[in-house]
Design a protein around this ligand. Structure first.
Ligand SMILES: *[C@@H]1O[C@H](CO)[C@@H](O)[C@H](O)[C@H]1NC(C)=O
Ligand SMILES: *[C@@H]1O[C@H](CO)[C@@H](O)[C@H](O)[C@H]1NC(C)=O
Ligand SMILES: [Zn+2]
Length: 342
């Protein structure tokens, strides 16, 4: 419901959802491209997005916020998307908060048909996979054909390549970056971009799937994310050229899905109402009933209890005798341990 309310909130500043028909496009400046009113630093940065407009409420209260650290609790998509992007002239725009390509396409996924509206990039990546970050992430933003309120984002992660080749749809942007180095400008790429290898990648390799939010204001929830498990290659020169124009545009990692918004957590930090993180156990602790904190070992297991618990709401129970903790990962290796605190 929150999502539908937000959709009715009217004009949204240029953002991840830029170009979606439900969010009226702002009038552009002289270059015709609207410049984002939010940013990534200080008072216009992610900690204060909710202050930029009442439609951004979910940025500080939402409990299904993106991006996240993708851990064992996020499952792989059981179906593959079918993606079509015809060769076409595209428009390349600098929104200030990102650079974006307006491109048409279709994606069918899980019985639903989506229209591709645009893709844009984040440097560094917004999602992390098993805590690992990537130098760049591209978001392919879709809206439902029958219900435009339905939004799906295919997220493609990039890794630096050792052989100076980039995925073609990204290397095709490089010659045009100079034309849009200033926020509010755009340029036409008449020859279009080559999406073949990107389409092949998202149709044939594994994708994580979860329901999250826009990673930019208004942070609306109920959005389907499909995130590539394996990154595509990105060469150093292209990365540096993109980074020079895009600059830093990565929202901080949000709390575990379903847990309190981290802004709410921060507001009570260090007070009696604070949220206390679960203890980090060393291997063998718990089951072996070892109490000492083995400092600095490489193999720090991650308790999946994850997001922390509130003092006085059972938080203390997490670290009292008899409490159980499920450990889903040790040093990046999936595992399944049920630890009992002694
Ligand atoms: C993309 O689709 C829109 C709306 O259907 C249309 O107006 C536009 O001309 C299309 N662009 C290209 C390059 O095909
Ligand atoms: C270049 O390296 C990437 C991985 O970094 C690999 O996917 C790609 O196949 C390589 N291309 C060539 C031409 O060797
Ligand atoms: Zn995005």
């Amino acid at each position: 419901m929150l999502f539908h309310t937000l959709l009715l909130a009217g004009t949204a500043s240029a953002s991840c959802l830029h170009g979606l028909s439900k969010f009226k496009r702002q009038e552009g400046g002289e270059g015709g491209v609207p410049i984002s009113q939010f940013g990534y630093t200080g008072l216009i940065g992610p900690l204060n997005w909710a202050s930029l407009g009442p439609e951004n409420e979910a940025c500080k209260t939402g409990k299904q916020q993106s991006p996240i650290n993708i851990d064992q609790s996020v499952s792989l998509a059981t179906e593959r998307p079918v993606v079509t992007i015809e060769q076409q002239p595209v428009e390349f725009e600098n929104l200030g908060s990102t650079v974006e390509v307006i491109v048409n396409g279709t994606t069918s996924f899980a019985g639903n048909d989506f229209r591709l509206k645009q893709f844009h990039v984040h440097t560094p990546s917004e999602h992390r996979v098993g805590e690992e970050f990537f130098p760049m992430e591209a978001h392919f933003v879709h809206e439902g054909v029958t219900d435009p309120n339905q939004i799906a984002v295919i997220s493609v992660l990039f890794q630096m390549s050792a052989n100076e080749t980039s995925t073609p749809f990204i290397s095709g942007l490089r010659p045009h970056l100079a034309a849009i180095s200033t926020p509010g400008t755009k340029t036409a790429i008449e020859s279009g971009l080559d999406f073949a290898s990107m389409i092949n990648h998202v149709q044939t390799t594994e994708l994580f799937q979860y329901t999250g939010s826009l990673t930019t204001p208004p942070c609306a929830e109920g959005l389907t994310f499909l995130v590539t498990k394996n990154p595509l290659p990105l060469d150093v020169d292209t990365f540096n050229d993109i980074k020079r124009v895009v600059k830093f545009n990565s929202r901080y990692t949000q709390n575990t899905l379903g847990e309190e918004n981290l802004i709410g957590v921060a507001m009570v930090a260090g007070t009696e109402q604070q949220f206390t993180p679960p203890p980090v156990l060393s291997p063998g602790q718990g089951q072996e009933q070892e109490q000492e904190q083995a400092a600095g070992g490489e193999e720090q297991p991650t308790p999946s209890a994850g997001a922390g618990v509130r003092e006085g709401e059972g938080g203390a129970a997490q670290i009292t005798s008899g409490a159980t903790v499920v450990i889903s990962e040790i040093a990046g290796m999936p595992t399944s341990l049920l630890a009992v605190i002694a």
